[in-house]
Ligand binder design. Structure first.
Ligand SMILES: NC(=O)c1ccc[n+]([C@@H]2O[C@H](COP(=O)([O-])OP(=O)(O)OC[C@H]3O[C@@H](n4cnc5c(N)ncnc54)[C@H](OP(=O)(O)O)[C@@H]3O)[C@@H](O)[C@H]2O)c1
Length: 335
């Protein structure tokens, strides 16, 4: 019998530990237990408790980036990958109006036969479209696309539509509060918001944003943004968390990630996912490959030491790389 306790700092709610033999845990501790195809091990994904009391699984499967498409015919590969993700144990599914994959997400959910309440579904209002001017209508369209009655988390995709107009941001947030009050979004949050955008919302909000989904990896740590979130009790989720391995290889982290991946017998990308989780940051990833999806769940069988987390952060600060929203930021802007 084997069990390894996770770093207590991020554990909250039902999943008080991660085991590779679920039989040693009471069933009610598990949001959705599963067998990895890797080694037929049973694991559970821990949750992070949001400020509103709802719980979000610490790893999410994204239907953007690799799956993003123009409106039109459904992408069967996206449906299949999402079904596979659910099958191997991902209960947290990240979508967006902008990705044009909400229908695929809904199809995969229905095909998975996993009860709706066992899943954590996110979508985002597209702020580059008129949708941002009528958020209740935008969410209704998204729910129709997915064939769902509610989402677990609804996000404003980015603050850039407001172009610095504080009242536009505050109005949009008031509409987010409306959809939460109507029960169509269990939690509400934002994405790609910087300190100034969050401060603007906090000035007038009745319900504070539960979470901010940002590009976050060692090569883009946004100065003290993480500490700021902590001080305001806003949680953080990381998209593009594996960037130093997938898009920015050749940087100062390569050697250290290799040595840690040998130590923990995982891939370097998994070390980066763990680096997020060990800082209470939810990791949003994706893959088209069942084996990789399964392998990535190994991050719940080990923890990095605080020194290793710090060393990755320090090495990461020696290099700057932004994978998304490059048209908004100057090349050297680390905010
Ligand atoms: N809010 C926003 O503005 C925003 C922006 C971007 C993304 N997101 C969300 O975040 C999700 C994840 O973002 P991401 O795709 O950038 O996450 P990521 O975890 O950094 O990268 C995952 C991608 O990298 C590939 N990959 C993984 N390990 C690899 C390796 N060892 N070598 C080479 N390729 C590897 C995977 O492809 P394979 O298929 O080959 O495994 C997959 O396409 C998106 O789907 C979306 O839901 C949100």
């Amino acid at each position: 019998m084997y069990m390894r306790r996770c770093h207590p700092s991020f554990l909250s709610g039902r999943s008080a530990s991660v085991s590779i033999r679920a039989s040693i845990l009471p069933r009610h501790h598990l949001r959705h237990s599963f067998s990895t195809t890797m080694a037929k091990l049973e694991l559970s994904v821990p949750d992070l408790t949001l400020p509103d009391g709802n719980k979000i699984p610490m790893i999410g499967f994204g239907t953007g980036t690799a799956w993003y498409k123009a409106p039109g015919a459904k992408d069967q590969a996206c449906i299949d990958a999402t079904k596979t993700a659910i099958k191997v144990g991902y209960t947290h599914l990240d979508g967006a109006e902008m990705y044009n994959t909400e229908e695929e997400l809904g199809d995969a959910i229905r095909a998975s036969k996993v009860p709706r309440e066992k899943l954590f579904v996110t979508t985002k209002v597209d702020d580059s479209k008129d949708s941002i001017n009528d958020i209740p209508a935008a969410l209704d369209r998204s729910l129709k696309n997915m064939g769902l009655e509610y989402v677990d988390l609804y996000l404003i995709h980015s603050p850039f539509f407001a172009k610095g107009d504080k009242q536009r941001l505050q109005k949009a947030w008031a509409e987010m509060e409306q959809v939460a009050a109507a029960g169509k979004a269990k939690s509400i949050g934002v994405s790609n918001f910087l300190k100034e955008h969050l401060d603007t919302i906090l000035e007038t909000c009745k319900v504070r944003p539960a979470i901010n989904q940002i590009e976050f990896h060692p090569y883009l740590q946004h100065g003290d943004l993480l500490a700021y979130h902590k001080s305001k009790d806003i949680k953080v989720s990381a998209y593009a968390p594996q960037t130093p391995v997938t898009r920015a290889k050749g940087g100062p982290l390569d050697g250290y990630l290799d040595s840690l991946s040998k130590k923990y017998a995982v891939n370097p990308g998994e070390i980066l996912l763990r680096w997020c989780v060990d800082q209470n940051v939810v990791a949003i990833t994706t893959s088209s490959k069942e084996q990789r999806l399964s392998d990535m769940l190994r991050i719940f069988t080990f923890t990095l030491t605080p020194k290793e987390v710090e060393e990755i952060s320090d090495l990461g600060k020696q290099h700057h790389f932004r994978a998304f929203w490059g048209h908004i930021f100057d090349a050297n802007d680390k905010s």
